[in-house]
Design a binder for this molecule. Structure first.
Ligand code: FES
Ligand SMILES: [Fe+2]
Length: 410
């Protein structure tokens, strides 16, 4: 066979990608292949961690009686289910003498976490055993992260500015309703980037044409009413191949229209609402920093039940290829397109972007102005984002409903 270097490179890349995927999914919490962090070189002053809701694990990965340790947001955390089945997440260190809860020695008994070292029991972080002076000392209460289990995802609040990273949620978790999309898939990867450039690559306008091969793409920024939510409405047209494997495509129109709207809730949650000619799905990209520039990236895909039709129309085909085509394409392409921003090994967050990448600039503007609370000067290629305070919207709605009420409101 006449193989060129380029083919070998592509195959080697793909093989490595599949191997990583398998390792991270089969050995759930292994740290094989974890890329080395080299934070300062890439990020400079850009904050490592942002407050927000982050995924710990999908709910099905935390059974009753199980103790899971994960390093997330630079902290060693442990999760287990309490008596009522609700997940509890806190530091992996026991306040007694710094023992580790995880690692096989600790266990959950009757919804209580038992430290493996001297077998003290804790319930929602509160010590239940040991001498009275130990139990009654408030500093032996382990601060627990606020936790919500929604859409099959165990999410926790992380606040880098508070001690232990626990803090009070600045906003309530509000994930979209997916009850009409009962088929679900969760898949995890570890990406050698900070969350911000990872998402930047996913939302960047140009990459839809360059990498996904779409021949028309349009993105419209949407007004957002809460500072942590950034939204865009996106449509693209994708050419179809003449054949998929041995099956010829018999469509007259050799292109499909895809609607792929984007909504961010902080940097830990990025929701895609997908509509491909009647096939509807939701994809939640959950990104949780492990530490520095290493991010755990879990795709949660919510789909309708598979429907069979001899017509093999787009809706049927999408039902067949989802979620696998989606997962493979997302990771394969996006592990490649990280090169767009890391060519020189630097994430130039504070700089203006070249012409044609205005949406990237808008995304950076949202991060800097709304999440970091700093002004960002308008450059020649800048576009403003559209933040409308919720109060104003309510006032306007009230005004259209009742002119008298509006007069008193003013
Ligand atoms: S270190 Fe945990 S009980 Fe002693
Ligand atoms: Fe993409």
């Amino acid at each position: 066979m006449d193989l060129r270097i380029k083919d070998v490179e592509n195959k080697a890349f793909f093989a490595q990608f599949v191997a990583r995927l398998a390792v991270h999914n089969l050995f759930k919490d292994s740290q094989f292949f974890l890329p080395k962090a080299d934070y300062e070189r890439r990020y400079g002053d850009f904050p490592r961690y942002f407050p927000g809701w982050y995924l710990f694990v999908p709910g099905k990965d935390l059974a009753d009686g199980e103790v899971i340790h994960k390093k997330l947001c630079g902290k060693d955390l442990v999760a287990y289910r309490g008596k009522d089945g609700r997940p509890v997440i806190h530091s992996d260190r026991c306040p007694h003498m710094d023992g580790l809860f995880s690692g096989g020695l600790g266990e959950v008994r009757d919804g209580k976490l038992i430290c493996g070292y001297h077998r003290y029991a804790f319930e929602n972080g509160k010590p239940l055993s040991g001498p009275k002076e130990f139990r009654s000392d408030p500093k032996n209460c382990i601060p627990c992260h606020p936790v919500r289990e929604v859409n099959g995802l165990i999410m926790f609040w992380f606040d880098p500015d508070s001690p232990e990273g626990v803090g009070e949620p600045k906003w309530e978790l509000d994930l979209p309703d997916v009850t009409h999309l009962p088929r679900r898939a969760f898949a995890r990867s570890i990406a050698p980037t900070h969350m911000a450039p990872l998402h930047e690559n996913i939302v960047d306008d140009q990459h839809f044409m360059m990498l996904h091969g779409s021949d028309r793409y349009r993105s419209e920024p949407q007004a957002y009413y809460e500072k942590h939510r950034f939204r865009t409405k996106n449509t693209m047209r994708m050419k179809l191949p003449d054949k998929i494997g041995p099956i010829p495509m018999r469509r007259e129109d050799k292109a499909i229209e895809i609607q792929m709207d984007s909504e961010f809730h902080g940097l830990g949650i990025h929701i895609n609402t997908v509509d491909i000619e009647g096939f509807e799905a939701k994809v939640i990209h959950c990104t949780t920093p492990i530490e520095d520039e290493v991010t755990e990236w879990t795709l949660a895909v919510y789909m309708p039940e598979r429907q069979w039709s001899w017509k093999l129309d787009t809706k049927t085909i999408m039902g067949l290829v989802y979620p696998w085509g989606m997962i493979a394409q997302t990771w394969y392409l996006h592990t490649q397109d990280r090169r767009v921003f890391f060519e020189k090994g630097v994430y130039r967050f504070y700089e203006d972007v070249p012409k044609g990448f205005e949406k990237v600039n808008m995304f950076r503007r949202w991060i800097q102005e709304e999440l970091m609370g700093e002004p960002r000067p308008m450059g020649p290629n800048s576009r403003a984002t559209t933040f409308v305070p919720e109060k104003k919207v309510k006032k306007r709605v009230r005004a259209t409903k009742s002119p008298a009420a509006a007069a008193t409101a003013n």
